[in-house]
Design a protein around this ligand. Structure first.
Ligand SMILES: [Zn+2]
Length: 314
């Protein structure tokens, strides 16, 4: 930078305005530029005097300051970059740590396949709130079906049992009983898992619920036609209930009847149906061996309703 070549500054051939324009680049950045046509004047009498020449030492200091500023700026940029690198490294290490933690957990679990929650965690989705957010976002994009289709379940029986315990599929039927705090899916009445749209199914379901809620599992019905028995088995089908039906006209010894009573949580003597007196008598005469209930109602619904009322009254 040539700072000493100011030989022409004092010449009178050039107008003041030109001189001011030539000098203006010496001024320190940030200082307000003087208007080219109105150079600073100390007084009206000095209007024709050239402005003072810049002090070369000042110019030198200015250049040094600029260089120092540039250097500082460079250092700042380097520091910012170093911070970004460190942050990225930190994130990388956190991810590796989480992956190592998950690997250790999976190793501890043996060969059991990871849960969906664990796979989500591997993906960087942590905690129930984040899982729910992502699930909703996937649903909004219409991607849930694909996701659910990609998942295979190792213990489907366990999962189904869990679903049975925590969910209910119900129709819009006000007479169907409450399902407690299970999650409810509303469907057309014909698909209601309690009544399937029919009163007799609802009655059967109420009986099953009442029976199991008393801690009963073994149920014996004495009397009724084979057709009734088939219907009964169909109605109160439940994996925990063992139903034994004794045809109304069958010959049952006293000992067999006693074993039936002792081996049941409840014996119903279904009096309104085909039932020979000799058969029913084997049970009613040994009622003190267990729980024996005589029900006079003829139809299945009436019988089950009467039994349910009796069970709930115990
Ligand atoms: Zn229903």
């Amino acid at each position: 930078m040539s700072v000493t070549g100011g030989g022409s500054f004092g010449t009178s051939e050039r107008p003041n305005s030109n001189r001011a324009a030539r000098l203006s680049w010496w001024w320190f950045p940030g200082s307000p530029r003087q208007p080219a046509r109105n150079p600073p004047q100390t007084s009206s009498s000095s209007a024709k005097k050239p402005p003072p020449r810049p002090d070369p030492s000042l110019v030198m200091r200015l250049a040094e300051t600029r260089a120092a500023l540039e250097q500082a700026r460079g250092q700042l940029e380097a520091a910012e970059q170093a911070l970004l690198d460190a942050q990225e490294q930190n994130h990388l290490l956190s991810t590796k740590l989480e992956a190592a933690r998950m690997a250790a957990i999976e190793q501890a679990r043996g060969d059991a396949p990871p849960s969906l929650l664990q796979v989500f965690r591997d993906r960087g989705v942590w905690g129930e709130v984040e899982v729910r957010q992502l699930w909703t976002a996937l649903d909004e994009r219409g991607a849930l079906r694909e996701l659910l289709g990609a998942i295979t379940v190792a213990q489907s029986a366990d999962l189904l049992e869990w679903l049975n315990e925590h969910t209910a599929i119900l129709g819009d039927c006000p007479q169907c009983p409450d399902v407690g705090n299970r999650a409810v899916l509303r469907v057309p009445r014909s698909r209601c898992e309690i009544c399937a749209g029919s009163d007799i199914r609802r009655t059967g379901r109420k009986f099953v619920d009442g029976f199991l809620s008393r801690g009963f599992t073994r149920f014996t019905v004495v009397g009724g036609s084979p057709k009734y028995h088939r219907q009964l088995h169909e109605l109160i089908k439940h994996h925990r209930i063992r139903l034994r039906t004794v045809p109304g006209g069958s010959r049952r010894s006293r000992r067999q009847a006693r074993d039936d009573i002792r081996g049941s949580d409840l014996v119903v003597v279904w009096g309104g149906t085909q039932l020979s007196h000799s058969t029913s008598e084997q049970y009613t005469s040994q009622a003190d061996e267990g729980q024996v209930l005589v029900v006079p109602h003829r139809g299945i619904s009436g019988m089950l309703e009467a039994v349910t009322v009796a069970i709930n009254a115990v």
